[in-house]
Design a protein around this ligand. Structure first.
Ligand code: NIG
Ligand code: FE
Length: 387
């Protein structure tokens, strides 16, 4: 196996216990893994070397929450929100109609384009949900398409109750039966996770519990959308069930925060949503101070957050949510890995995958200090540059 020494690293973020962030560093890649990290002067001999010219090197972003399988967009809905129209879960149905009408090829090339966009911005692991099909056929094909791009696929049949064929409101109880029965059976072979949107206008805690239980019975691990638009029971449900992650966490009571800290369930914060819906940002400081494990993700979707950029989310988290730059970068890398129960990504420790970002800047701080500037100069996946 050939080894490569990466030199000229002004700042190396590894998240290893000994020295999580070090200056004047080097790292060695062997095959697709990290083989060594340390001070530049102590680097071992290797087959080849690459000089990154005084740039910072970080773990690649682990984007643990996205909805990339869809057609169309909702730019007009976004524009209306900016002048005061509130966000509502029902907007999802607009995208469902467009997605059902699209061909597999159209959906696949859209996902490919979005994944490429993510790569250029430093994302090296991405989770992708279904949830804009909401029929047995459309959920199964959404997941089959997502699987072409990632192993981290999530069945989100319980995104919203679709309208009936004549446009009448759908029957929630009958729809939950479909999701937990034939739709789950068709989706499960293509999915690792199961999710539900536990929120007013979508599904209540009992319905979410039924969906998660049915998924668990066929081996899918649970995660949940909760407490996005208002206070609710979703976060407590996620903690009670010991889910790996609960996502949004914008409206939290003290009891919710205590339950998150006790359970170890990762709170995934999605500031692109609050930016794009004009909602208040979640209070990351409160969660971190309480000892909650926190992740940051894009929630890339055409309704509530049409950004694929983790650098943008990091900048928002620092400016609006009380995180230090290091905490925000940690949440978008190691935190995302925790939210996907992965120990091979999100950290540049020995044995981890050599998935990394080279910044056109000397420090991770510049991600928030220079908002909106495309600072990712290269993304490496499995030990090789891919951008
Ligand atoms: O995570 N909250 C539920 N689902 C998406 C929004 C979907 C949409 O509006 O199309 C979210 O924000
Ligand atoms: Fe989402």
């Amino acid at each position: 196996m050939s080894s490569t020494l990466v030199t000229g690293i002004a700042e190396l973020v590894t998240w290893d216990d000994e020295q999580p962030v070090r200056t004047d560093a080097a790292l060695v890649v062997e095959g697709d893994r990290i083989a060594w990290t340390g001070p530049a002067h102590a680097a071992p001999a290797t087959d080849t070397a690459v000089d990154v010219g005084g740039r910072a090197v970080l773990p690649g972003w682990v984007d643990s929450h996205s909805h990339l399988v869809f057609a169309g967009d909702r730019a007009a809905e976004f524009e209306a929100r900016m002048t005061g129209t509130p966000y509502a879960a029902g907007g999802i149905r607009t995208t469902v109609a467009a997605t059902r009408a699209a061909t597999d090829e159209q959906l696949t090339s859209r996902v490919a384009a979005l994944v490429a966009e993510m790569r250029r911005q430093g994302t090296t692991t991405v989770e992708i949900k279904s949830g804009y099909g909401l029929t047995v056929r459309d959920e199964a094909r959404s997941l089959a398409i997502a699987r072409q791009f990632t192993q981290e696929t999530t069945f989100l049949g319980a995104h919203v109750v679709p309208a009936g064929p004549d446009g009448s409101p759908g029957d929630p109880a009958a729809y939950v039966e479909l999701v937990t029965g034939p739709m789950l059976a068709a989706a499960a072979p293509h999915a690792r996770w199961i999710d539900a949107f536990c929120e007013e206008g979508a599904f209540d805690a009992d319905q979410a519990r039924a969906v998660l239980a049915a998924g668990a019975a066929v081996g899918l691990r649970g995660r949940l959308h909760a407490n996005q638009l208002t206070y609710g029971d979703g976060v407590l449900l996620a903690c009670e069930l010991g889910l790996t992650a609960v996502d949004h966490c914008t409206y939290l009571t003290d009891a919710d925060v205590a339950a998150l800290a006790d359970s170890g369930t990762v709170a995934t914060l999605l500031p692109g949503v609050e930016f794009s819906t004009r909602q208040p940002y979640p209070d990351a400081r409160r969660l971190l101070d309480a000892g909650v494990r926190v992740a940051l993700a894009s929630d890339c979707n055409p309704g509530s957050s049409f950004t694929s950029s983790l650098p943008f989310c990091v900048a928002l988290a620092v400016r609006e949510m009380g995180m230090t730059p290091a905490e925000a970068v940690h949440a978008a890398t190691a935190g995302g890995a925790d939210a996907l129960d992965r120990d091979d990504v999100g950290r540049l420790t020995v044995g981890a995958r050599a998935d990394l970002v080279v910044l056109d800047a000397p420090s991770h701080r510049h991600l928030a200090y220079r908002p909106g500037v495309p600072l990712v100069s290269a993304t490496w996946v499995g030990g090789r540059p891919v951008t």
